[in-house]
Design a protein around this ligand. Structure first.
Ligand code: 5AD
Ligand code: SF4
Length: 462
């Protein structure tokens, strides 16, 4: 990292209470990182604001996973340049910052700071330097960095994202993440449990444990099974989720913990990427079609009513018709509840860039395959949802729905359920009967009086 010589606290006094706005793109790890950045800056006297207008500091927390994620950010940086208040400091953080480093400072002259995911601790000092007109790129990896002493300033909502692992030791050939987030490291189990207690004290009842391959979690003493058991047993926690696991890291211990801990929800997001063994080999996913199916079988055998969702990439280099057909047929065989599908995007520096140019799948072919797969996945999802009609489930009310008249709630198995707004408030658990479905989401009618969300305890009660 390039260090600044400016004394932070002396500098801060110059502005009564500087304001900061962070705009977040990409995955839940980035959402969680933005909460850590707000926490770091709040400890140095910054006040959080909800929009870029008038903010003293604007940070854009970016994603680099696909090219279009980066294109969006470049466009947004241009917009901010036109609209920001004179003298405001703009910083770029996250995976795109890590990937481009000083190149971003050259490309965008109004950007003062480029800060990678392991350097957020230095933000207050870097901002003080930026106020003196200095420009920095801070992108060193720090394998010890877990931001343990930083109190995250959580966004409002009913669930808490808790990072338990940073970085990734896999090297899937399409993926930029190992280069933007560095090697895998796990937080200490005790620290995660302590944060879970703090989350309960804030009145939240659901936690989502985050890691790039979260079930490979190992803090030197404890594995992911221990972590699920420890977090799941925290008094006041009603729901534990985690994302995203890797199929190879589902040990029997982890599956047993999932099955035995009542608070761990019956849902696994299990990225498949492709249903073809030859394609999985080119992707360096380290499992075959049969291995993936075996993992699904073990999970389903242990956890009745398990919902499964997945990620799939269409058009990876060399994808043949037969390989794509294998992906479609694996979806039909597994019958996912839902899938996120992505058109392959070539990322600079990944092993895929070294594959022969003639392996490139033409855009028109990718689009046709994507649309076909989307039809298959949606059809399966609709069939399964229709079969759930009439079932009684517990939902947690999360937020107001887009139409403004209904609440959006979620079942343990990750279904979105719309409930009448007068039946509950955000944070309540309701027992509802699933009365209708659009094919993708449900409507639900309460069948029991609501259970009130716990009231937040006084600060320091944890
Ligand atoms: N192109 C398209 N999709 C990608 N993903 C990761 N890298 C790429 C890429 N280069 C997808 C994978 C992963 C999800 C988070 O993003 O499916 O699981
Ligand atoms: Fe990327 Fe593969 Fe690591 Fe997931 S497991 S973050 S896809 S390299």
């Amino acid at each position: 990292m390039i260090n600044t010589h400016v004394e932070p606290d002396a500098e801060l006094a110059a502005i009564a209470q500087p304001t900061v706005y962070i705009e977040t793109y990409g995955c839940q790890m980035n959402v969680s990182d933005s909460e850590l950045m707000y926490g770091t800056l709040a400890a140095h006297g910054y006040a959080q604001v909800d929009g870029p207008d008038g903010a003293d500091v604007i940070l854009v927390n970016t994603c680099a996973i696909r090219e279009n994620a980066e294109t969006r950010v470049i466009g947004r940086l241009g917009e901010l340049k036109r609209n920001m208040k004179p003298g405001a400091i703009v910083g770029v953080t996250g995976c795109m910052a890590q990937r481009l480093g000083p190149r971003l400072l050259q490309q965008a002259k109004h950007v003062s700071l480029v800060v990678g995911p392991d350097a957020y601790r230095a933000l207050p000092q870097l901002l003080d330097g930026a106020r003196h007109g200095e420009r920095f790129s801070a992108t060193d990896f720090d394998l010890e960095e877990h931001y343990e002493d930083v109190v995250a300033k959580r966004f409002e909502g009913v669930k808490a994202w808790i990072p338990v692992q940073r970085g990734c030791n896999y090297r899937c050939t399409y993926c930029i993440v190992p280069y933007t987030r560095g090697s895998e490291r796990s937080r200490k189990l005790d620290d995660v449990v302590r944060e879970t207690h703090a989350v309960v004290a804030q009145g939240l009842t659901e936690v989502v444990l985050l890691g790039q391959t979260v079930n490979s979690y190992n803090d030197g003493t404890h594995d992911f099974a221990d972590l699920l058991r420890a977090v799941g047993a925290v008094d006041g926690i009603r729901r534990v989720r985690y994302t995203s696991p890797h199929p190879n890291d589902f040990s029997d211990r982890v599956i047993a913990a999932m099955a035995e801990v009542p608070t761990v929800c019956e849902h696994v997001h299990l990225p498949m990427q492709s249903g073809s063994t030859s394609m999985l080999k080119r992707m360096l996913r380290r499992y075959s079609r049969e291995d993936y199916l075996a993992c699904v079988g073990r999970l389903r055998a242990a956890i009745p009513g398990l919902a499964l969702t997945t990620d799939i990439i269409v058009g990876f280099p060399g994808e043949t018709d037969a390989e794509f057909a294998d992906t479609v047929s694996l979806c039909q065989e597994v019958r996912f509840n839902d899938a996120f599908m992505f058109k392959f995007s070539m990322r600079e520096g990944t092993p895929a860039t070294r594959m022969p140019a003639e392996w490139t799948v033409p855009d028109a072919v990718v689009t046709e395959r994507f649309d076909r797969l989307l039809g298959t996945v949606r059809g399966i999802s609709r069939e399964q949802n229709l079969m759930r009609l009439g079932a009684t489930v517990e939902v947690l009310v999360e937020k107001i729905a887009r139409d403004g008249h209904l609440w959006q709630a979620r079942s343990r198995d990750f279904k979105t359920v719309m409930v009448p707004a007068d039946s509950a408030k955000i944070g309540d658990y309701l027992t509802v009967q699933l009365t209708g479905t659009t094919g993708a989401t449900f409507t639900g009618t309460p069948v029991k009086p609501r259970e009130r969300a716990p009231l937040p305890m006084a600060a320091g009660a944890a």
